[in-house]
Design a protein around this ligand. Structure first.
Ligand code: CTP
Ligand code: MG
Length: 258
């Protein structure tokens, strides 16, 4: 389902639909400390191509996305512009590059600040999730078009999760205090999709440190809904994730000459 859900010939939106244009903000300004020493994570190669280029293509492959805003490492905006020029990207998509900030939240805010008027739906997608399938991107956009103000791709958990409290002293075991019902827990991914006004308001209001954008919308008291996530949308965080990502790429190349 990589086609734009709105037929190209339609002059007027279907009932309940809007003609809202969609932009994607890609925070890519992190260092990748957990991946170990080396270049900023988004610029490291996967199958010979920087992770960031994979992530940009994953957004631009959706026909609904007409602008991608890349939030580059603070001193790496020029390098990212050079990378964009050096790699084939769809002509129908516009690109902007802005320098990022100290935290992911700050980087996303800087990306939002750079967003021109005329885009009513905003996706926020981690550069560190280079392999998200286009069907997942389209499902998120579709749910926002259908009226949700905030949408997250979500998967059930494989592991049981324990809540702990801090150890009494360094090196001591952490006491377990609870085991939340796993069937009610979800691991959430990106792209997360938003009504633009809602996301801008959330970033202008919430000052707590958060690890995703949807939680800021939750703090406004507004509803956040899920769509099915995808196992290939995993976040490249630790060295083992690079091996998994290379294996996924190799399988794709084998299966469809990707
Ligand atoms: N990010 C960002 N600006 C920051 C920190 C993170 O744009 N100041 C981005 C990362 O580039 C990444 C996404 O947010 O695409 C998710 O963050 P994470 O996976 O934690 O990446 P890093 O912060 O780079 O990794 P680490 O926490 O291991 O340093
Ligand atoms: Mg981080």
């Amino acid at each position: 389902m990589s086609d734009d859900p709105l037929p190209p010939s339609s002059q007027a939106p279907a009932p309940g639909r809007t003609t809202a244009r969609t932009a994607a903000v890609i925070p890519a300004a992190g260092r990748g400390v957990r991946l170990g020493p080396g270049a900023p994570k988004a610029l490291r190669a996967l199958g010979g191509t920087p992770m960031l280029i994979h992530a940009i293509r994953a957004m631009a492959d959706s026909r609904a996305v007409s602008l991608v805003v890349v939030v580059a490492p603070p001193d790496g905006a020029a390098e990212v512009r050079t990378l964009l020029d050096a790699h084939a990207l769809p002509d129908r998509t516009d690109f902007l590059v802005v320098p990022g900030g100290e935290s992911r939240q700050e980087s996303v805010k800087l990306g939002l600040d750079a967003l021109p008027p005329g885009y009513d739906i905003v996706l926020v997608h981690d550069a560190a999730r280079p392999l998200v399938p286009v069907d997942t991107v389209d499902a998120v956009i579709e749910a926002v078009r259908d009226g949700a103000v905030a949408v997250v791709p979500a998967l059930p958990l494989a592991d049981t999760v324990k809540q702990v409290e801090p150890a009494a002293a360094p090196g001591e075991p952490e006491p377990v205090v609870a085991t939340p019902d796993r069937s009610l827990l979800r691991a959430v991914q990106t792209p997360q999709g938003f009504d633009r006004t809602t996301l801008v308001r959330a970033h202008g209001t919430v000052t707590d440190n958060v690890t995703d954008d949807a939680s800021m919308v939750e703090q406004l008291g507004l509803p956040v809904v899920t769509v099915p996530g995808h196992e290939e949308a995993f976040k490249v965080t630790r060295p083992l994730d690079l091996i998994l990502a290379e294996a996924v790429l190799a399988r794709r190349r084998l299966n469809d000459g990707f």
